[in-house]
Design a protein around this ligand. Structure first.
Ligand code: HEM
Ligand SMILES: *[C@@H]1O[C@H](CO)[C@@H](O)[C@H](O)[C@H]1NC(C)=O
Length: 491
């Protein structure tokens, strides 16, 4: 037998090493430079311009620069009663819109984004039925610990299977089945506020955040876990901690592969992700009786059949719980908190006793108006999974589409008379998104807010507390940074 000598292996190892490096280099060059460039050119040829990107970083540094300049500039007054202005929150988009028009393209790292505020394009996307217009792939990378591969981030056959499973659980008849739970909860809330008012001799300064959070989290937990809902409620503080850790998307941090670095933040994220996974699996596996209740059972059953993609059944179950939890919880909380302020601004309640009919009408208007002006969600996002034709534009495969909701919603021409202007341009009012992937919880969210305000406003008058500090802040959502304090008086 011939002996393999080290001297003969070594040169071939070196050769292999060089080949691997060359392939890696070509691959990186393609992913970071050639591909994004090709996509930009395709858009440019159709007249879509945008700020020139830097190698690897795209426009992230420029966004940071514009942001810090805007932070130094004196704050401009807004036309809103409790102002939130798009030009202070997203100064780079305002600048680029001035320079390139509402439809322009920019780059976050090597991800190309098509920025859209044109209602014609919104309409095209709304009417498009193709699954080739899906969720951006950076969501699973960037938001993985929070959303996994559940309904909010998935595409194609996997998404369809999840959507068909979960949608019927949020239809109006299911929402109506939970009216009693909602009324019961708000009645408890009224009693605890009455207690505080009594202690405060007629009025109380209340930070309403935790009450609202408790309302939405209890409700969604009951809808998912039925009688074992308290196990679900226990998960919310962890979910919130996770959201806090992930509040600046790594895609905006401008450090490639940031999420793989062993920072304290990233370690926290990993720990919380594991704990939430373990708790959810524990609820499902150790308490099989919960599984025969409510939405939990439906999701578990759906993990046995149908397209799960690359997920294991356990992973699929956990991810879909997390997605419904988060969609159903925090977005509604933020909208409701803004609504508390806005109800006060509009003086809907202002001490007047309104008859129920009038209250009903005004509340829906207030809710719609809040969702117009203070929507927690800033963008509707999509990605072209193949080349997709939208009206006159051919969106090349890989391009992400961001529809900038606040600019549509604050267009003074479209909404000259507030929300009633929505009839004039239905394509400009999109608080629950558009088209195939539109929000599944719309009925639930509006019902929750209506019940909450009907009961609260029939007992109390609300006004802004001197302890309220107005500071809309964009984290994952656009939220009141310091919470909401209200002076509450019994009527
Ligand atoms: C005021 C409260 C809410 C607002 C403003 C809101 C808004 C949105 C928006 C803008 C989207 C993205 C839609 C798109 O990409 O076109 C969305 C998706 C979603 N929402 Fe809501 N939402 C709210 C409450 C809820 C509630 C209570 C639930 C129920 C549990 C829920 C479940 C979902 C789900 C499951 C999706 C993903 C749908 C899919 O990708 O197929 N949302 N929501
Ligand atoms: C989206 O299309 C539906 C009809 O399919 C329509 O009722 C709705 O107003 C449209 N929304 C937008 C924002 O264009």
């Amino acid at each position: 037998m011939e002996e393999v000598l080290p001297e003969r292996i070594f040169p071939s190892l070196v050769a292999l090493f060089i080949v691997v490096w060359v392939i890696l280099f070509i691959w990186l060059f393609n992913v970071l430079y050639l591909e994004p460039n090709k996509i930009r050119l395709k858009l440019q040829r159709q007249g879509i311009k945008g700020p020139p990107p830097a190698f690897v970083m795209g426009n992230i540094h420029e966004m940071k620069r514009i942001m810090s300049m805007a932070a130094d500039a004196p704050r401009s007054e807004t036309h809103l009663p409790l102002g939130f202005s798009t030009s202070t929150t997203f100064p780079y988009f305002t600048q680029w819109t001035k320079r390139y028009g509402g439809t322009f393209t920019f780059a976050l790292g090597n991800a190309q984004v098509l920025h859209v505020t044109d209602t014609k394009l919104v309409k095209e996307i709304n009417l498009s039925k193709t699954l080739d217009l899906g969720k951006p792939s950076y969501l699973q990378e960037d938001r993985g610990p929070l959303l996994g591969k559940g309904l909010i981030t998935s595409n194609g056959a996997v998404w369809l299977h999840q959507r068909k499973t979960i949608a019927p659980q949020l239809f109006m008849d299911k929402v109506k089945g939970n009216l009693n739970i909602m009324v019961e909860f708000v009645s408890d809330l009224v009693n605890s506020w009455l207690g505080l008012i009594e202690l405060g001799r007629g009025s109380a300064d209340i930070r309403v955040d935790d009450y609202i959070r408790s309302f939405t989290s209890t409700l969604i937990s009951k809808m998912m876990f039925g009688s074992h809902y308290s196990k679900g409620v226990e998960l919310f503080p962890k979910c919130r901690a996770l959201m806090k850790d992930l509040q600046t998307p790594t895609i905006l941090k401008g450090i490639p592969f940031f999420r793989y670095l062993p920072t304290k933040e990233n370690q926290d994220v990993r720990r919380l992700e594991k704990e939430i996974y373990a708790s959810l699996i524990d609820i499902v596996k150790e308490h099989p009786e919960t599984a025969f209740d409510k939405m939990a059972q439906i999701i578990i059953e759906s993990a046995k059949t149908g397209e799960l993609g690359t997920s294991t059944p356990d992973q699929y179950i956990v991810d879909n719980y997390k997605d419904v939890y988060l969609a159903g919880f925090e977005v509604t909380v933020v909208a409701t908190l803004w609504a508390c302020l806005y109800a006060e601004v509009l003086e809907v309640c202002g001490g007047h006793v309104l008859d129920t009919n009038m209250l009903g009408k005004m509340k829906l208007m207030v809710i719609q108006e809040v969702l117009r002006l203070y929507l927690g969600v800033a963008f509707v996002s999509r990605q072209a999974l193949k080349d997709v034709k939208l009206g006159d534009i051919l969106v090349p495969k890989g391009v992400n589409i961001w529809i900038w909701i606040p600019v549509l919603h604050q267009d003074p021409e479209l909404f000259a008379n507030g929300i009633s202007g929505a009839c004039k341009s239905p394509n400009a009012y999109i608080p629950f998104g558009i088209g195939t992937q539109m929000c599944l919880g719309q009925n639930l969210a509006i019902t929750e807010m209506k019940i909450l305000f009907t009961i609260i406003l029939s007992h109390f008058s609300l006004s802004l507390s001197p302890n309220y500090n107005h500071s809309p802040r964009l984290n994952l959502l656009l939220e009141p940074e310091y919470g909401v304090n209200l002076i509450i008086i019994k009527i």
